[in-house]
Write a protein that binds this ligand. Structure first.
Ligand code: TRP
Ligand code: ZN
Length: 878
């Protein structure tokens, strides 16, 4: 098989190229039939390069039409072109211009990497290795050059012609053609190149920067969608203002453009001055987008904008350093959302996401460090570990150094590395320098995979008024990393006295403690607190100060005490989650709960709902029951998803039954009569209503009808799609009719259709796979569109464990068959769907065997992409 011999790329093999690219001149001639790309690359050997060293350029799926150096065509023997690139055998030993021409067929590019067409619009995606599908190049992020781009295209089909930087020239080009020239003065790696050509609508606005420069802002979209771009524009302006205020970062070009396209492999892309977005992260109206969609738009607009400094001005030396830009930029967008909305709610949201997706990745066969040291296919490393855990690592740095120390380090980073393609080591070094600290051991967070587990034991001696707290860390082996050394774990904490208030101590010894922060940097530390008059209840990892799993050893009583009294809202939420998770995991393993346990939890939930000091969005999260994936990860092995689903249902029924009329009354009282606004206030209230409805539908006979009525009377998409999703998931009597109605009602809107696909894929009945087969087989199903495929198949593998992990293997076979087909069209999307199989090693045996059989049969197919082979091989090896 090809995979086993396929080359693995190692971080330790990094070497600079023998040649550098001084400047880039591109000339695109676009017609309906094809696109001709002429590249004039000014190239020179590095000082240390020996004369006669071949120049090896990357190329992928392109063919060479002509080649010349300094105007003179090359003879056949002077170069060689194959599927992986172009070699110039003996380039001049001086600065020279390499002139190549290639012909592209964007129309047939279904991988959506390089230049492709989406609904008639020509657009590009170059990160990480798409530029080589446009022209021959040193396609790696440490090659930085200024770009000048000429685009010529038919005026009628492509009146809008965009690229990076500033527009410096435009005019007619005869024969119904016109042209533009864009120039980007900032040297950039090729992965940040972008081009868009099409017939698009636009909204324009402007932003005045902190130094008083006027920046012209544009958001381009298909005609008629302009009004749905207004929220994105508002988010952009708020992002620009926030980055000035919080990080002192000002925008640098005179233009900032965003283009929304319908076919896109990811969320969005931070191309210099020309961000390209998946349209689901731009378009919003109350009738078509949910509150969660609005929040994602705001977050991703900010994320891509923030990359201008963390990613573009300072970029990555190589793709192993991906989290240098991604982890840091996610941290920045999380902070932005926290400042714009509610900080505790944002934190809970981010941690929930980490637990649902990153923890399972980190505990399974696809585990890798935020900075991996090897890969076969870089596209498979745009993961939740690189992004979300990468952000947690930056957050820990901020926690350890404090806000000022962190800001000092960031300032130094921008000062020292502007214009660089750099590394994680360089990033850590500026924080060491700015703060006079040693981050050697801390850097393990970047190089080691796995979620540490921290176990707590306590001891209180009333006679000496001494409280001793012992924290012990342990991390299980991960692929290629059998042995784990201790991490530096920041533990933000407090001790709660009997009345729930914060205790102070007269002296502390035995470890590193600064105010409310313990640094756990050995396998185990024991801290002694003196002057403690009563046995306290410890509140640990406040604000989720480190990405670990905590065994607090606290029983239900103490957890509910924290839920009631903790000054830290995150830990109040987490205490309730822990109670439920423990009860559910125990019951799924045959140790059922006691009625008292449920009664106490119910009372705590009611108290939370009654608490006038808590906001609705927080309450919504507080009353949520951990989902099946979180319970499964907690159990950790021999998982039986049927028993988890059954127990969860029984649990909610027992919990909700005695309080259902109260919940229903609250649900009714929270109805909103004002006009829709996506702001945090209304959104929080709707979130609470949705959370109440979830409990009622899953746990009480009264729920189904409420959901049906909410669906019918909904005044906005948030309510209607929530009612639909909850009904489908619980497969209520009305679910089939609601699905039918929703489909018919919104047949014209692709993004709303996605909500129908998600609801269909997450349905809780046994007919789900059959229905999905029918949906996929329909002749008009858009089987090349990533959003449609991910909505149906991605949400099935990730969010419908009971059906995907079916004992008879039907879920596994269904997905493997679908992946076989998708892989031929778009390998990135296929590989991503396949990662759902990462739970394989944790399943009980029959399911493990069935999953393995389905994967082996997929593996025996001919012509699988490297993307899919890589995921298959890693999962099957685990
Ligand atoms: N850099 C992009 C982001 O984080 C990620 C991205 C966009 C991407 N498009 C891609 C990654 C295509 C891989 C392939 O916002
Ligand atoms: Zn990013």
């Amino acid at each position: 098989m090809r995979t086993d011999t396929e080359q693995t790329i190692f971080l330790r093999d990094y070497e600079p190229t023998p040649y550098r690219i001084v400047s880039v001149d591109l000339d695109f001639r676009i017609t309906e039939e094809m696109t001709r790309v002429r590249a004039q690359l000014t190239i020179e050997p590095r000082e240390e390069t020996a004369p006669g060293t071949p120049l090896v350029l990357d190329g992928d799926g392109i063919s060479l039409h002509s080649i010349a150096i300094d105007g003179a065509p090359l003879v056949l023997a002077a170069y060689a072109a194959d599927e992986t690139g172009l070699t110039v055998v003996e380039p001049p030993y001086r600065r020279f211009v390499l002139d190549t021409e290639v012909l592209l067929k964007p129309e047939t590019n279904s991988k959506l990497m390089g230049l492709y067409r989406s609904s008639g619009t020509w657009c590009t995606q170059c990160e990480p290795e798409g530029f080589r599908r446009i022209t021959y190049y040193l396609d790696r992020p440490d090659i930085l050059a200024p770009f000048k781009v000429r685009i010529t295209a038919p005026q009628s089909v492509a009146p809008v012609l965009l690229s990076n930087g500033n527009l410096i020239e435009q005019g007619a080009a005869g024969d119904g053609m016109h042209y533009v020239v864009w120039e980007d003065p900032f040297p950039k790696p090729a992965y940040l190149f972008a081009l868009v050509a099409g017939d698009l609508g636009v909204i324009k606005d402007s932003f005045t920067t902190m130094s008083g420069r006027e920046v012209e802002l544009g958001i381009y979209c298909s005609h008629g969608k302009e009004n749905e771009c207004l929220y994105a524009m508002d988010s952009l302006k708020r992002s620009m203002a926030w980055d000035e205020k919080r990080f002192g970062r000002e925008y640098d070009l005179d233009v900032f453009n965003i283009v929304a396209v319908s076919d896109f492999n990811f969320g969005a892309m931070e191309n210099k001055g020309l961000n390209i977005f998946n349209d689901k992260l731009v378009f919003a109206s109350p009738e078509t987008a949910s509150d969660a969609n609005y929040a994602s738009i705001e977050r991703v607009i900010a994320h891509e904008y923030f990359h201008n400094w963390t990613g573009n001005r300072i970029t990555c030396r190589d793709w192993f350093q991906l989290c240098l830009k991604e982890g840091l930029t996610v941290y920045r967008d999380q902070e932005f959302s926290s400042d714009e909305r509610s900080r505790p709610v944002q934190r809970i949201h981010d941690v929930e996401n980490l637990r649902v997706s990153q923890f399972p990745e980190d505990g399974g066969p696809l585990a890798h460090p935020p900075r991996p040291d090897r890969y076969r296919e870089i596209n498979n490393f745009y993961t939740t570990t690189v992004y979300q855990k990468g952000a947690e690592v930056v957050r820990m740095l901020a926690t350890i150094l404090g806000e000022d120390g962190f800001r000092k380090g960031m300032d130094l980073y921008f000062e020292h590395h502007d214009g660089d393609a750099t590394t994680i080591e360089a990033f850590l070094k500026v924080f060491e320098e700015a703060n006079g600290v040693d981050l050697g051991q801390f850097s393990r967070w970047y190089t080691e995979a796995g979620t540490p587990e921290v176990t707590v034991s306590e001891d209180y001696d009333a006679a000496s008024q001494t409280y001793r707290l012992t924290l012990t860390q342990k991390t299980n082996p991960t692929p290629n990393q059998p042995e784990k050394a201790p991490f530096v774990i920041p533990v933000r904490f407090g001790l709660l006295g009997p009345n729930g208030s914060e205790m102070s101590w007269s002296a502390v010894s035995g470890g590193t403690v600064h105010d409310d922060l313990i640094i756990l940097d050995k396998e185990s530390v024991t801290i002694s607190f003196e002057g403690i008059a009563n046995k306290p209840v410890p509140s640990l990892f406040r604000g989720f100060s480190a990405p670990v799993r905590l065994n607090s050893g606290l029983g239900e009583d103490n957890l509910l005490f924290l839920a009631r009294h903790d000054a830290d809202p995150f830990n109040r939420w987490d205490a309730l989650q822990s109670v439920s998770t423990h009860l559910l995991a125990d019951a799924a393993q045959g140790r059922p709960w006691h009625a008292d346990n449920i009664e106490a939890l119910r009372q705590a939930l009611l108290d939370t709902l009654d608490d006038a000091h808590l906001d609705d969005a927080f309450k919504a999260q507080a009353i949520g029951i951990p989902d099946e994936t979180v319970i499964g990860r907690h159990i950790g092995r021999d998982i039986d998803p049927d028993s988890i689903a059954r127990v969860r249902k029984e649990f909610i029924t027992a919990l909700v039954g005695p309080m259902d009329s109260k919940l229903e009354a609250l649900f009714a009282s929270l109805a909103i009569t004002d006009a829709y606004s996506p702001g945090a206030g209304q959104a929080g209230r709707r979130a609470l209503r949705t959370a109440l409805l979830s409990l009622l539908v899953a746990g009480s006979g009264r729920g189904a009808a409420l959901a049906e009525r909410l669906y019918a009377n909904a005044g906005n998409m948030t309510e209607r799609s929530a009612a639909l999703a909850i009904s489908a998931r619980n497969w209520t009597r009305d679910a089939p009719a609601l699905l039918g109605d929703f489909r018919a009602r919104y047949s014209g809107d692709a993004l709303v259709f996605d909500k129908w696909l998600v609801a269909s894929a997450q349905a809780g009945d046994d007919g789900v796979i059959e229905r999905m087969r029918t949906i996929l087989a329909a002749p008009d199903f858009p089987r090349t569109n990533p959003n449609r495929l991910r909505s149906l198949l991605g949400s099935f593998v990730m969010n419908n464990p009971a059906q995907f992990l079916k004992e008879d293997g039907s879920g596994f076979r269904f997905i493997c068959e679908a992946v076989t087909e998708i892989d031929k069209v778009n390998p990135q999307v296929a590989a991503r769907i396949l990662t759902g199989f990462r739970v394989l090693p944790m399943l009980e045996e029959r399911r493990r065997v069935a999953a393995r059989a389905a994967l082996e049969s997929l593996r025996s197919q001919d012509g699988l992409s490297r993307n899919t082979q890589d995921i298959l091989q890693r999962i099957l090896a685990g």
